[in-house]
Design a protein around this ligand. Structure first.
Ligand SMILES: Cc1cc2nc3c(=O)[nH]c(=O)nc-3n(C[C@H](O)[C@H](O)[C@H](O)COP(=O)(O)OP(=O)(O)OC[C@H]3O[C@@H](n4cnc5c(N)ncnc54)[C@H](O)[C@@H]3O)c2cc1C
Length: 511
């Protein structure tokens, strides 16, 4: 409220009907405030407040705070750049441990790494973090248009831009998935799944629920037999046998977990490990069903083979596809809708045609190869100040899978290239040509239940491969992820959570 308006309100408030007068003033102030808000929202995007501090350094704008962006921000030499980070999340999620947070083995804060721990220089006045979504990029004016959670827009100027906005769970156009199934992509999803699980467990005990409804509430369907689906099913089975059995054995025995996979269980692992995982899951009472899903309804899943599975909770983990933001960008895309990049992660554009590939996730054909239509970067032109890294991009000449290790290696690579170029420029030397990005596959791991995992170390294409199963692989799984967690604080949280779960069991409160 402006001061003059407030004063006039005070002056007009008579002694006769003070309450009515005051109420009228407050109401009209509210209306004025709302009108101003609407005007502001409708106005053109506002330029993000320029800082009074001009360091003269180039401004790098980073979109996203996932694996790729976090590594890039961490490794950047903050004395050579000013940077702005834009992402709705002010933390990085350590995704390999996310399945453990769905059943309370780990607490959400343990797998969320705060941005300022990753790059302490973000606290400097010339660097900024904006909690917003990027909604558009203009390569000519060098601006990113962003939107906050109140749908208000603002523009951020860049000299260099790194797009690392990741991917999203793919529905393959199957009806009902978006509406009824739970995706497992970040901490909020995991918390939601955990609450849903415990709520159903509690509801199933109510005398008001008929027997059939009780059975449905205790049915959990996991769709997707990749590492995430398998780990979630394994964690769940462990939670039921260790913790829920202690609370109410009869109800716990009625819980049924079904894992639905249309192709191979853990398809990227070698046959021996796949067989071991299937046996292990089966022995833990998990029903393995080979079928494609036709439709997800409110309370049941319809399979292609005609079977109908009633469920209380359905978790969807069948692979990833591009986001609306990625497909909306005016850059070249691969056939699967990822931003096309060259060997140095420069974003590519088509020089003549307006052929930008899929314009929305719905246009993506998942059964086509990434390279379909274009198999060479010669068809495109690179933009020298815009880069893409992580799940949101692919090089059509050598597309890589959507993996944390790819994203992290690309973040490390880009930081090195940018630091090297900026150092040379500062010293007045010729800027060195970029060295092409090379990916080194370190291996794959998946937890398959209590004290058991499958681990593949090395690159199957390189011919050097070590396969481990059982308890030693479980120890390797735990140690690998503990050491890879970015900071000491999160390592301590994880060790503490594991110890508490071992000594006292997991927490089964829902809120
Ligand atoms: C449950 C789970 C388990 C996994 N386990 C493994 C594993 O064991 N090993 C492995 O290698 N890989 C694993 N992955 C895959 C791995 O997590 C991804 O490949 C990796 O996260 C990709 O990193 P990224 O930086 O490209 O994207 P992400 O890590 O997804 O980060 C994307 C970031 O962009 C932000 N963002 C999104 N849209 C916008 C926008 N419009 N504007 C601004 N910011 C935006 C998001 O908030 C987020 O911060 C797992 C994934 C999941 C979901």
């Amino acid at each position: 409220m402006s001061e003059s308006f407030a004063e006039s309100c005070r002056a007009k408030t008579s002694w006769k009907h003070p309450y009515d007068e005051l109420k009228r003033c407050i109401t009209s102030t509210d209306v004025l405030w709302q009108q101003q808000q609407t005007r502001e929202q409708k106005a053109a995007p506002r330029q993000a407040a320029e800082l009074p501090l001009d360091t003269g350094r180039a401004r790098l704008v980073v979109l996203g705070t996932g694996w790729a962006a976090a590594r890039l921000i961490r490794d950047l030499n903050a004395n050579l750049f000013d940077f702005t980070v834009i992402s709705p999340r002010n933390h990085m999620v350590f995704t390999p441990l996310l399945a453990s947070t769905c059943v309370g083995t780990l607490e959400p804060r343990s797998v969320a790494l705060p941005l300022t721990d990753i790059q302490p220089q973000l606290k400097q006045p010339q660097n900024k973090y904006y909690a917003a979504d990027a909604v558009a990029i203009n390569k000519d004016t060098r601006t990113v248009t962003c939107m906050d959670d109140g749908q208000r827009q603002f523009d951020v100027r860049f000299d260099m831009l790194a797009i690392a906005t990741g991917s999203q769970g793919s529905t393959f156009g199957i009806p009902g998935v978006e509406k009824h199934a739970h995706f497992l992509r970040d901490v909020a999803n995991a918390t939601h799944i955990r609450n849903h699980l415990i709520t159903n467990w509690n509801k199933a005990n109510l005398p008001t629920r008929p027997q059939e409804e009780r059975r449905r509430l205790l049915q959990i369907v996991v769709v997707g037999g990749g590492p995430t689906g398998v780990e979630f099913a394994g964690e769940l089975s462990n939670f039921i046998s260790s913790d829920l059995m202690r609370i109410d054995a009869e109800r716990a025995r009625d819980i049924r977990i079904t894992l639905v996979e249309g192709a191979q269980l853990l398809g990227s692992f070698d046959a021996r490990l796949r067989e071991y995982a299937a046996r292990k899951l089966h022995n833990q009472g998990i029903h393995l069903v080979k079928s494609m899903v036709k439709e997800v309804k409110d309370k049941e899943l319809v399979l292609q083979n005609g079977d109908v599975l009633p469920y209380g909770l359905c978790v969807w983990s069948t692979g990833v596809g591009p986001t609306d933001f990625t497909t909306s960008l005016p850059f070249a895309k691969t056939a699967r809708g990822r931003i096309a990049v060259d060997d140095c992660l420069h974003v590519l554009v088509h020089p003549h045609k307006e052929d930008h590939g899929p314009q929305s996730p719905a246009e993506v054909k998942h059964n086509t190869a990434e390279t379909h239509g274009h198999s060479s970067n010669d068809d495109f032109q690179p933009l020298d100040n815009i880069y893409a890294l992580g799940d949101c991009c692919a090089n059509v000449e050598s597309p890589l899978p959507a993996l944390a290790q790819v994203a992290e290696q690309q973040g490390r690579y880009l930081a090195k290239q940018l630091n090297r170029a900026a150092k040379a420029e500062k010293a007045g030397q010729e800027v060195p040509k970029c060295e092409p990005f090379k990916y080194h596959h370190l291996g794959s791991m998946a937890l398959v239940g209590k004290g058991s995992a499958v681990v593949e170390l090395g690159d199957p294409k390189g011919g050097r491969l070590i396969s481990l199963t059982g308890f030693k692989s479980w120890v390797a799984w735990r140690s690998a992820y503990l050491t890879r967690l970015g900071n000491v604080r999160n390592r301590l949280y994880v060790m503490l959570d594991w110890t508490i779960a071992l000594l006292f069991g997991r927490d089964v409160s829902a809120w």
